[in-house]
Design a protein around this ligand. Structure first.
Ligand code: PRP
Ligand code: URA
Length: 208
C-alpha cells in the first residue's frame, strides 16, 4: 500500500510553523490538532456511504450516510492524544481505542503498557494516530495488537514520517495505508527524525 504525503498548502504552512523550536506549547498543541484534522479529511475520503430516505423541508428525499460500524481512532499514548481532538472534530462519533506504548530511548524498542480497545474491532476501520513515525517500532507494535484483536482495516495518520519507519511498517504490514504531512530526511543516531519536530510528546505536554 502506498504512503500518502499530503502536500496541501495549509498543512505545509502549519507544519513549517511547528518545526520552529521557539513555538509555544499552546501553539504547537493547536497546530498538531489542526494538521490532524486536515489529514483525517484526506484519509477518510473513500469511506463507504449508503443511501437513506429522510424527510426534508420539501418532502422526502434520498441522502447518504456513512455505512457500517463507526471508525475507531487509536491514539498511541501519550503523544497521539495531541492529535485526537483534531480527528474527532471530523468524526465525532468515533470510538476511541487507547494504546499506550513507550519507546525505550536507549534500545529504541517499543514497550506496550496499555491496551483499551473498542468492541467489535473486526467490524471497524481503525485509524491510528501518532505524531511521529521514527524507527516504526511503536507503529508496528500497535498494528500487531490491533490485528490480534481482529482489525482488518487499518490506516495510520502521522505528522512526520522517517523513511526508515515507513520501510519497516510496509515490510511487516503492507496492507496498512499511512497518511503523513511530511516524509522527512532520516533518523539521527538517537533515533530522532531529522529535521522532524523534536520530541513530540514533550512538546505537546510541555514536559521538555
Ligand atoms: C514517540 C512518538 C511515537 C514513537 C515513535 O513516543 O510519539 O510513539 O516515539 O518512535 P518509533 O517509531 O521509533 O517507535 P514516545 O515513545 O517518546 O512516548 P510518548 O508519546 O509517551 O512521549
Ligand atoms: N519520537 C519523537 O517524539 N520524535 C522523534 O523524532 C522520534 C521519536
Amino acid at each position: 500500500m502506498p504512503i500518502h504525503e499530503i502536500r496541501h498548502p495549509l498543512i505545509r504552512h502549519k507544519l513549517g510553523l511547528m518545526r520552529r523550536a521557539d513555538l509555544s506549547t499552546k501553539n504547537f498543541r493547536e497546530m498538531a490538532q489542526e494538521v490532524a484534522a486536515l489529514l483525517t479529511y484526506e484519509a477518510m475520503k473513500d469511506l463507504p456511504l449508503e443511501p437513506v430516505r429522510i424527510e426534508g423541508w420539501a418532502g422526502s428525499l434520498d441522502v447518504e450516510k456513512l455505512a457500517g460500524k463507526k471508525v475507531t481512532v487509536v491514539p498511541i499514548l501519550r503523544a497521539g492524544i495531541g492529535m485526537l481532538d483534531g480527528v474527532l472534530s471530523l468524526i465525532p462519533g468515533a470510538r476511541v481505542s487507547a494504546v499506550g506504548i513507550a519507546r525505550n530511548e536507549e534500545t529504541l524498542e517499543a514497550h506496550t503498557y496499555l491496551e483499551r480497545l473498542a468492541g467489535q474491532m473486526d467490524q471497524r476501520m481503525a485509524l491510528i494516530v501518532d505524531p511521529m513515525l521514527a524507527t516504526g517500532g511503536s507503529m508496528v507494535a500497535t498494528i500487531d495488537l490491533l490485528k490480534k484483536a481482529g482489525s482488518r482495516s487499518i490506516r495510520a495518520l502521522v505528522l512526520v514520517a522517517a523513511p526508515e519507519g515507513i520501510r519497516r511498517v510496509q515490510a511487516r504490514h503492507p496492507d496498512v495505508e499511512i497518511y503523513t504531512a511530511s516524509i522527512d530526511s532520516h533518523l539521527n543516531e538517537d533515533g530522532y527524525i531529522i529535521p522532524g519536530l523534536g520530541d513530540a510528546g514533550d512538546r505537546i505536554f510541555g514536559t521538555r
